[in-house]
Design a protein around this ligand. Sequence first.
Ligand code: ZN
Length: 149
Amino acid sequence: MSIRELYQDLILDHGRSPRNLRPLEGDHREAEGNNPLCGDQLTVYVQLEDDRVADVSFTGEGCAISQASASMMTEQVKGLSRDEAEALAERFHDLVAGEEALPDPDELGKISVLAGVKDYPTRVKCATLAWHTLKAALEGWDDVVTTED
Ligand code: ZN
């Protein structure tokens, strides 16, 4: 299967049945993200325990790519330390912005497939929205995040 087919498959699968699509109850942090170019809106919820991501989820509406990216993000960061999660958000941003040539699937897992979004520049912000919003939630920002670059 080519990376492009894999990309389309994963976007369809996660877009159709997003994982962890629910608000978190109890003690948690949350942040809102907004991609005005496409109209994607997300709220990301994070529960930290001993500086580790014990649980993470999202709610919101938007295109298939923003939903699929958020869904994959929650699967990928659960169980990571806060530093690891933030580092992964940076890597992901570099990856889809095309600043990192070859994704290492062993290291980045399924999200490396989202590097395919590079070929669709108008969708890059859809893919990075969940990660920007995750960072905001981890850092405890109160403001709504708007994708900029
Ligand atoms: Zn979008």
